[in-house]
Write a protein that binds this ligand. Sequence first.
Ligand code: HEM
Ligand code: SF4
Ligand code: SF4
Length: 548
Amino acid sequence: MDPCGQDESDLKETRDDVICAIRKALRIGFALIEEPFDRLFGAKLNPLAQLGALGFFFFWIVAVSGIYLFIFFDTGIERAYQSVEYLTQEQWFHGGVMRSFHRYASDLMVVMIAVHLLREFAYDHYRGVRWYSWFTGLPIILLLYASGITGYWLVWDKLAQYVAIVSSELLDWLPFFGEPIARNFISTGTLTSRFFSLMVFMHVAVPLFLLFIMWVHILRISRPKVNPPRTLALLSLIALLAVSIWKPAISQGPAVLAKVPAQVGLDWFYLPLYPLASIWSNGAVWALLAAFSLMIGLMPWLPPLRRAKPAEIDLAHCNGCARCAEDCPYEAIRMVGRTDGTPFPTQAQVNPSLCVSCGICVGACPSSTPFRRTQDLRTGIDLPEFSLRQLRERVVEVASELTGTGRVLVLACEHGAAAGRLEGTVVMPCVAMAPPSLIDFALSRDLADGVAIAGCVESACYNRLGIKWTEQRFAGKRDPYLRARVPRERIATIWASALAVKKAETEIAAFAARLTTLSPKRLRSPLPGSVSSRSAKAREPAELREEP
Ligand code: HEM
Ligand code: SF4
Ligand code: SF4
């Protein structure tokens, strides 16, 4: 798999694709910081893996601090500036800090959005079935900016006056308003309290709508991370407090409508386009905004992702246990009433328009038992284009080519470092497609001396939950478990991005070397209950026995 997210044949067509080249360059950039961050913070605390959650966290800080400010804020034009000044100067220790929290957490939301957008783009999480979260990100950007800009307006200082004048001139360019809005800002007499109250209302209503769209944004994601880990949340709060005390948010002198402000300090997070408006025509600024929105809106289809066929249910092997529905990262499986007359109350149902064909459900299904005879190797849920049966065949085929001592079979995700580049590798859409019993199968049948599971870098699992579920299954915390009889020293997990092939090679070589030091007795003699022992084979139910 190439970092462009296409398989080799598609890659030929897109090799010269500019978008692909940008994605690749960005992905190199993220890979360079992702792994050191993982080492420094641990994959769970890595802020890059928590951007969405941090976005929600900063939203709540903005909301709580906003409520506090609103209690003391005077919504009249004459008193607005003084009320903010009172908060900043007289109550600096709580009101002032709250104001700074409100300002800096809003700024951090912009930073978070920018990095989150670039990262989802770099890791190709936005095309195919996954267009939805990307597309709903566009109104989030627009609403966040609308909230921020109306916020600057309310302070009613020189910056607010500048924002009010430039914004209203921009809005007047649009053919929607009969009366020019800019006329409100000619003199104090022309600015009505009603207009100011409208701004106050907008600054409260737009963020509420933003919150609604943030909820819509994650609707198609199962178990979205909306709360950062406690340590990260605490560190963010401490950092915000430190900046608020070091450089508190302040006003820039009261607005005087008779005088156009000559110079104002800008917030470059929210107002980067405002200086442009004095150089360009208003039409050109709107054209830039429209082009940006169009580009973001169309990106999931530039170029469209080749879609593999969605997962299919085989009711004859589905007992309605719901494990697949619990493990699917994309909310693509629902449990519905049974339709085949069997006594199970429910059955799984795949929504093809939500399925990305990651195969995680195949790894979760209790019927995915590689020990079955070939003709019986059918499971409750399977991928039509790469079935469990084909996966087992590849394992047997690739393993048969392994020689010497320390034979390592690599089960690799197509998005990670080991995808198709290393010897002895079986590539699949996600490492969590391999049921733990497949590892048991490979080791107990002596197909390999050890099995390495090689996925994406830990903080950036392409299929969101593949690494998490794999680790939980191995640790016995999630069904289906890796059975206790499987020798853990013969299993290695390697989490490395597609660009870290060297790292994966080194780790696999080290694992192979470790395997050669293990006692040959342990290598060959099966552990109690292992199906590779003749006696165990005799105890095995016939249907679970592999063909000779
Ligand atoms: C306030 C701003 C935003 C918040 C709070 C937010 C939050 C989130 C969260 C919580 C997730 C789920 C992460 C996970 O658990 O895997 C997510 C995923 C995603 N977001 Fe955002 N987001 C925001 C803005 C944006 C924007 C502006 C874009 C792009 C235009 C965007 C694109 C995406 C994409 C593509 C995904 C991944 C979906 C997938 O994995 O299938 N988000 N976001
Ligand atoms: S293949 Fe992946 S996306 Fe599709 S139903 Fe299974 S787990 Fe969900
Ligand atoms: S995991 Fe398998 S058996 Fe359980 S509901 Fe899904 S398809 Fe059916």
